[in-house]
Design a protein around this ligand. Structure first.
Ligand SMILES: Cc1cc2nc3c(=O)[nH]c(=O)nc-3n(C[C@H](O)[C@H](O)[C@H](O)COP(=O)(O)OP(=O)(O)OC[C@H]3O[C@@H](n4cnc5c(N)ncnc54)[C@H](O)[C@@H]3O)c2cc1C
Length: 392
């Protein structure tokens, strides 16, 4: 039997649910169905760090995600043997995705959105009248348009013939007890000390079944070089007096957003990690929620006009704060992890106001103009000092 609905969203992670919530808030009469192949509560390999910006977006819809959270008040960067800590109370939280995603989906369900879990999309076909979506439980949906919110290895991107993206990261994580050299539990740590790592290691405070632990991991950008991500995290643990063999390693990929790469086709748009997230840090939950905040009004307009070409979806994302953030971080990643790494290490401690701006952006608070001007001044002064340095 075929069911007729207006829109099918493939994937019930943060980008899919956020898209459904934002669209329904503007166009409550549309029939939206979110198809999620796993059954909630479902695990997603992820460290769970989320900037307060994402919660501010959800608050605008009066959505409160009711799940355990570790509050964050500081970000520490380990770089060139130094630790640079920037404090900014309430800047974000750390969650467990098994709890967070379920709580977010419950919010959508409570608002009357149909979230069908345990129902994976196997294929779809597009014609002039709409899209026919087939699932692994034998249900078929006929709709006007489809949203690919199905993550890094999603079927929508593949089947719609979007180009294979180049920008991928490999990530491995595990949960351990705390050690003496850990920062306080209100601080997330990004550790760039290993100059040979094309990425970074992290320590995030986390709560596993109510027990305070530390989620540690290594993030490696694949197209910058071939790192054995698992060996890296093991070395990182060993340096902290932890035995890597005692912990369950969880490994997964991430897809970075790439400028100019298409994320829409007639009747199909991609959001969240299906489209691409921040490659510089691998941050993707906040971006996934923000994709939804952009997609909601965009789709509402498409339904109002009954026009589903979606040729301006990429430009719409790029004009939004999300697009600016993705662009800036994309521009930074080669500089940060590339051959000029030692210069970066010297410059970074000299630009504390830039960190302040980045953290304000993460937290979704208005960016302080003073910090912006100071940051630019600090940066120019640091670059001038670099130019005067004798060659290494
Ligand atoms: C190890 C690791 C650590 C990370 N840590 C962080 C972090 O600390 N902070 C941060 O912001 N980001 C982090 N990320 C990135 C973040 O997890 C993702 O960017 C984010 O989950 C993207 O959300 P999404 O909704 O687009 O996709 P997903 O969360 O991947 O959701 C996609 C959903 O689609 C479903 N699906 C897939 N195929 C189908 C199908 N055929 N039919 C139906 N449903 C389907 C999946 O089951 C899944 O539920 C991390 C990633 C990794 C790998």
């Amino acid at each position: 039997m075929t069911r007729n609905v207006d829109l099918v969203i493939v994937g019930g992670g943060p980008s899919g649910i956020s898209t459904a919530l934002h669209l329904q808030a503007i166009a409550p009469k549309l029939s939206i169905v979110v198809l999620e192949k796993a059954t909630y509560p479902r695990e997603k390999i992820c460290a769970g760090g989320i900037g307060a910006r994402a919660f501010r977006l959800l608050e605008k819809l009066r959505v409160e995600v009711d799940c355990p959270k570790v509050p964050l008040d500081a970000i520490a960067l380990r770089l060139g043997g130094e630790t640079i800590t920037t404090r900014s109370p309430g800047l974000g939280v750390v969650v467990r995705r098994v709890e967070f995603d379920h709580a977010l989906a419950r919010q959508a369900i409570a608002r009357g959105i149909e979230v069908r879990d345990g129902c994976g999309v196997t294929s779809f076909a597009i014609d002039d009248d709409g899209v026919r979506v087939l699932t692994d439980v034998g249900e078929t949906y006929a709709c006007k348009a489809i949203v690919g919110a199905d993550g890094v290895g999603g079927v929508v991107r593949r089947q719609a013939g979007f180009p294979q993206s180049e920008l991928r990261a490999q990530v491995v994580e595990l949960d351990t007890e705390a050690v003496a050299r850990d920062e306080p539990r209100d601080t997330v740590v990004f550790d760039f000390d290993d100059q040979n790592l094309h990425g970074y290691a992290w320590d995030f405070p986390t709560l596993v079944g109510g027990k305070p632990l530390v989620c540690r991991g290594a993030y490696v950008i694949r197209n910058l070089g071939h790192d054995d991500v698992r060996a890296r995290i093991d070395a990182y643990l060993t340096a902290r007096g932890l035995d890597p063999r005692s912990y369950r390693h969880k490994q997964y990929a991430e897809r970075g957003w790439e400028p100019g790469v298409e994320i829409a086709a007639p009747r199909v748009i991609l959001v969240g990690e299906a489209a691409g997230i921040d490659i510089a840090t691998g941050e993707g939950i906040g971006q996934a929620i923000e994709y939804g905040a952009v997609a909601g009004p965009y789709l509402a307009r498409a339904f109002e006009r009954q026009v589903f070409g979606f040729s301006d979806w990429r430009a719409t994302v790029e004009r939004h704060h999300l697009g600016w953030q993705l662009r800036i971080r994309h521009a930074c990643y080669r500089w940060f992890y590339g051959p000029r790494r030692q210069t970066v290490e010297r410059v970074m401690p000299q630009v504390p106001s830039m960190f302040r701006v980045a953290i304000e952006d993460f937290a979704g608070v208005p960016i302080s103009k003073l910090a912006l001007v100071r940051g630019a001044g600090q940066f120019l002064a640091a670059v001038a000092r670099e130019k005067m340095r004798p060659d290494d």
